[in-house]
Design a protein around this ligand. Structure first.
Ligand code: GMT
Length: 374
């Protein structure tokens, strides 16, 4: 197949999932054309089967804001014609599904171009549910030729918010050979020179991820007399608040802020426990990646996380903001290496048996075939 994929290139899990999906499809013999404003971060290598088409935007004094949605639609239609695309697969409903539908409609007299939309989370729960975007998001979803969601929770939320449920649940996935715990002796020594165990948080530091809770948890763990350090991987608007709170709690010296990192798997291989105290999380790709690296997860019981993390088996779940319980659970794991290792082993087994690429990617391909056969 010749597949057009659109993602947000620089920000968030939906871009990672769309990019990794494209690479996996290319490995299975399909040709993938990424259409977006810049090269998606995870797309380090382009070749005959993985191609990139940049959306160009003309600026004009009359345009207060550049009309990206229209420029994207134009590029989608052009690429569909020149590259003979079989379908467009867009990740994150707004505005990508709207652009794709415009492209499809503009080509209607000449060719068929089915549109598949994958819903990832805040496109439904925050942005899409906002009154100003709700009708157009609903239009984008209903008019798509096929819709997938990354968890049962998200399918249910879409049904409640948009009264639409013709949705195939296809979860996030991991490459089991890439996401595997490996020796990172030097990195671990750099992050924890005195050998304390490591709590690790990975996110884009948006308010919805509640990264400030991580330093609250660390402070409570240290107050119990349990040695630990906190490694904060990523960057975003909440970082200054996190650093400020760490100073107020006098735990700043036990924190390491490493910013955005290209090789998350190295940090997960150095981790003892992952902290994911999010306010909302429709799947929790960070949890899955940690589990694949044998890291037990301490997370909020929200959204799709309970579908991924088994409370008491592969991690511990708590109500949003319950940093006391999260600290107790973290303390339990940090103080008991045997428990930590047993949970870590179960986490890997659970991640690989349910979410490995060999299981999930064929489900996307089958879904494409079903939509094309309609
Ligand atoms: O978080 C978002 O605003 C959207 C999206 C993104 O691009 O980061 O994240 C969502 O998609 C990920 C990949 O499918 C999921 O693993 C995340 O749980 C989900 N984030 C939220 O629901 C907050």
């Amino acid at each position: 197949m010749n597949i057009g994929i659109t993602v947000y290139p620089t920000y968030g899990g939906s871009g990672i999932v769309g990019s990794e999906l494209g690479k996996e499809l290319a490995e299975r013999g399909h040709t993938v054309h990424f259409i977006s404003s810049s090269l998606p971060t995870r797309l380090t290598e382009l070749n005959e089967r993985v191609r990139f088409h940049e959306v160009e935007m003309m600026s004009y004094p009359l345009f207060e804001h550049q009309p990206y949605t229209l420029a994207l639609a134009t590029k989608m239609a052009t690429v569909a014609e020149t590259e003979n695309l079989d379908l467009l697969h867009v990740h994150y409903a707004i505005p990508h599904s709207i652009s794709a539908i415009l492209a499809r409609e503009s080509l209607k007299p000449k060719r068929r171009l089915p549109v598949i939309t994958t819903l990832h989370g805040t496109d439904i729960t925050l942005v899409g549910a906002d009154r100003s975007y709700l009708p157009i998001t609903r239009y984008g979803i209903v008019q798509s030729d096929g819709v997938t969601a990354i968890s049962h929770y998200l399918k249910q939320a879409t049904k409640e918010i948009f009264q639409f449920d013709d949705i195939e649940v296809i979860p996030n996935f991991i490459c089991q050979s890439e996401y595997a715990r490996h020796a990172v002796t030097d990195l671990r020594a750099a992050l924890s020179p005195a050998g304390e165990p490591l709590l690790v948080h990975v996110s884009n530091f948006r308010p919805v991820k509640r990264p400030v809770d991580c330093v609250e948890i660390l402070a409570r763990v240290l107050a119990k007399g349990i040695a630990a350090r906190l490694v904060m991987v990523g960057d975003g608007s909440e970082r200054t608040n996190v650093e400020h709170r760490a100073r107020c709690l006098k735990v700043y010296d036990q924190c390491v802020f490493v910013g955005k990192q290209p090789k998350i798997v190295d940090y997960l291989s150095a981790a003892d426990v992952l902290l994911l105290p999010s306010e909302q999380e429709s799947f929790g790709l960070a949890a899955l990646e940690a589990m694949a690296c044998e890291v037990p997860v301490i997370a909020s019981r929200v959204g799709g996380i309970p579908e991924v993390v088994d409370d008491g088996e592969t991690g511990f779940l708590s109500e949003v903001g319950d940093v006391e319980k999260m600290a107790n659970d973290a303390g339990k794991l940090l103080a008991d290496p045997e428990l930590r290792r047993a949970m870590g082993r179960r986490a890997r087994e659970s991640a690989v048996s349910r979410y490995r690429t060999e299981i999930v990617i064929p489900r996307y391909i089958e879904f494409y075939e079903r939509v094309l056969a309609k």
